[in-house]
Ligand binder design. Structure first.
Ligand SMILES: [Fe+2]
Length: 193
C-alpha cells in the first residue's frame, strides 16, 4: 500500500482506552460543535509512553490526539498541518481504539485544493465550506484501509475517514510524526527494519 503500513509498536492500548473513557469522553461532549460535528480532535496531556515509542521508531513525538468521527458520517477530506507553522505534516501513527471495524481511512491522489480553508482546531486544510459537498462527490479514493492495528499513515495527501456505514462514533489515538523525516523515509525504515 502506498499511503499506509502496519507498524509493530509496543503500546498500552488498554490504558489509552481507559484514559479516553475516564478523562476525555466528556470533554468531547462538552464541545460546542459536538452536535454538529463530523470530526473532532482533542490533544492528550497524560504520559502514555511516548518516550518509548520515540525510542522504538527513532523519531521524537510531541503531539498526540484523540480523533472522533461521528457515527454514519464521513470525516471531511483534508490534509494535516502543523497548527503553529501551517506546514503540512508528513506522517502519523494511528491506533484503533473504539468502533474502527466498520470504517475506512481513505486517500486520494491529490494534494492541491486550489483555494482551501484552514481549520485551526484540528490543524487541517480542507476545501472551502461551500464547495465541500461538490468536491467530495467529484474525487474518488485510490487507497482505503480498515484500521485494525497501529499503522503508519501518510498525512500530506488528501485523506479522510469513511464512517458512513458505521452506527457508532469511531475513535482513534494518533501521534504525529517528526517532519524532519519524510513519509517516504519512515516508510522505508519501518518496512525494511
Ligand atoms: Fe488527517
Amino acid at each position: 500500500m502506498k499511503y499506509s503500513l502496519p507498524v509493530d509498536i509496543d503500546i498500552d492500548i488498554e490504558y489509552i482506552k481507559m484514559l479516553f473513557k475516564q478523562n476525555y469522553a466528556h470533554l468531547f461532549e462538552q464541545k460546542d460543535e459536538y452536535h454538529s460535528y463530523r470530526f473532532i480532535a482533542i490533544d492528550i496531556k497524560e504520559d502514555v509512553g511516548l518516550d518509548d515509542i520515540s525510542d522504538q521508531l527513532d523519531s521524537p513525538f510531541s503531539v498526540q490526539r484523540f480523533f472522533r468521527t461521528r457515527a454514519n458520517t464521513n470525516g471531511p477530506i483534508h490534509i494535516d498541518c502543523n497548527r503553529a507553522t501551517k506546514e503540512r505534516r508528513e506522517w502519523a501513527i494511528n491506533v484503533p481504539l473504539f468502533n474502527c471495524d466498520n470504517s475506512y481511512m481513505e486517500w486520494f491522489d491529490h494534494d492541491d485544493f486550489g483555494e482551501f480553508s484552514w481549520w485551526p482546531e484540528a490543524g487541517f486544510i480542507k476545501p472551502p465550506q461551500d464547495e465541500m459537498d461538490d468536491f467530495e462527490l467529484k474525487i474518488k479514493p485510490s487507497e482505503r484501509i480498515i484500521l485494525e492495528s497501529p499503522m503508519l499513515v501518510e498525512t500530506k495527501s488528501m485523506h479522510r475517514v469513511y464512517n458512513l456505514d458505521n452506527p457508532h462514533d469511531r475513535i482513534i489515538y494518533s501521534i504525529r510524526g517528526d517532519n524532519s523525516i519524510t513519509y517516504e523515509e519512515i516508510y522505508e525504515r519501518l518496512a525494511n527494519g
